[in-house]
Structures are given as C-alpha cells and as structure tokens.
Design a binder for this molecule. Structure first.
Ligand SMILES: [Zn+2]
Length: 228
C-alpha cells in the first residue's frame, strides 16, 4: 500500500465524523469507540471502521485511529471540527434571530449549510449578530481561534433531589422534544422547578406554564445549572 495515499472523500461526511468525535470525546477529548460513533451517525460499524482507516491514512490526517483503542482527533482534525461547529452554531443563531425560524427547525438547516460557508460569509454573520458567544440552544459558539468557554452545567438526568435550577442548554438533535419544551417555556435561561419520581421528572418553568412530565429517557437532552 502506498504510504502517501491520497484520500478522496466527501467533505460533508468527513465533517460529520469530526464533529461526532469532538462531541463524543467531550471536554477531556477521550478516545471514542467506533461503536459509539456508528450509533451517533446512524451508520453500520463496518462503514465507520472503513472511514476511520481512510481518514487516518490521509497525508495530513484528521484523526489518530487504532482499532482497539478507538479514535481521537489530530490537532488538524480538531481545528476543522471546531470550525464546522462554529459555522453550525452561528448559522443556527442567524436563522433564529434574523430569519425567525422556529427553534426546532434551525438544526436541520444548519446541518446542511455548515459545510459550505466560507470565512467571509461566516464573518458577516458573526458581525451582524454582534459576535454571539451562545447559540439559541444555549451552547457555546467556538471563537475564531477555536476557543470555547467552559460551561458549568450538569445533565438534568443527574438531578438527585427536587429543587430549582436554570436551564443551561438543550440538545439540538431532537426537534420534537425541542418543540415540546418550548411549549412549556423550557428554554435556555428559564428558571425550572424539578420534581423527581422513579420514572419521570416533572418540570415547571415560570408561573402559569403547565407542568411537563418528562420521561427519564429524554432527560439527557437538557442541561441545567444552579440558580446562583
Ligand atoms: Zn444544531
């Protein structure tokens, strides 16, 4: 096999792999198993292995991959992943703030557009929005140099006893859940009263909004922080 094999793969799918590795690796940048990656991307484990081998053998590889250890981003891969994430979150903010898209629709649009915008376009969007640091889901928008401020938050599912919290962020990946939460005024920054029971959480945001009974299986999508 030639050592400098040129890899010719669709940019969109490469970007999606890099973003998924970034998200699954978390702030500690842990290595990610191909099974976890296959689940997140909704593709067969064999295609994931195949793709990772291609990515790792490129001339300036985006990933470091060993079959039994999983995969990590190379510095170049991390740079690209953060750039795409910045595009994604800026586009979501733009669609929400300027074009008045409903919150549950911005993610799918951004998934398509994020791969194609260039620096000039990205700069204009950022300037128009006043260089936002947080997107409408409550997630940090990476700065131009890739820096991201750390968010001090915890998954709602980890709440141990009843109490009051502030909604920090909500996953953008489930449009239906986003819509339901919005209908109950559960949006980033909202104050939230949480009551636990064995199979569900009862959530109340603000006065006058009806309580939402959220299955524990859905509670991973919401992150909260303390009220002070
Ligand atoms: Zn999104």
């Amino acid at each position: 096999m030639p050592s400098n094999r040129q890899v010719n793969i669709n940019t969109e799918s490469v970007d999606n792999y890099l973003k998924a590795i970034l998200a699954l690796g978390g702030p500690e940048e842990q290595s990610v198993s191909s099974t976890a990656l296959a689940q997140r991307l909704g593709v067969a484990p064999a295609s994931v292995t195949n793709m990772l081998q291609k990515l790792a053998s490129a001339r300036s590889p985006f990933v470091e991959y060993e079959k039994h250890r999983g995969v990590r981003l190379s510095p170049e891969g991390k740079r690209r992943a953060l750039e795409v994430l910045r595009h994604h979150r800026l586009i979501e903010t733009f669609l929400y703030e300027i074009l008045d898209f409903p919150i549950e629709e911005v993610h799918d649009e951004a998934e398509r557009l994020e791969h194609f915008i260039l620096e000039r376009f990205e700069e204009r969007i950022a300037a128009k929005l006043g260089h936002p640091k947080i997107d409408p889901h409550g997630h940090c928008i990476p700065a131009l140099d890739g820096r991201m401020s750390k968010q001090d938050s915890a998954p709602l599912i980890d709440v141990e006893k009843d109490g009051e919290f502030v909604v920090d962020s909500i996953s953008d990946r489930d449009a239906k859940l986003l819509k339901t939460l919005k209908a109950h005024s559960i949006t980033p920054g909202a104050h939230l009263r949480v009551t636990k029971s064995p199979h569900e959480l009862v959530l109340r945001a603000g006065k006058g909004s009806k309580p939402l009974h959220l299955a524990l299986s859905a509670a991973g999508a919401v992150r909260i922080r303390s009220t002070n």
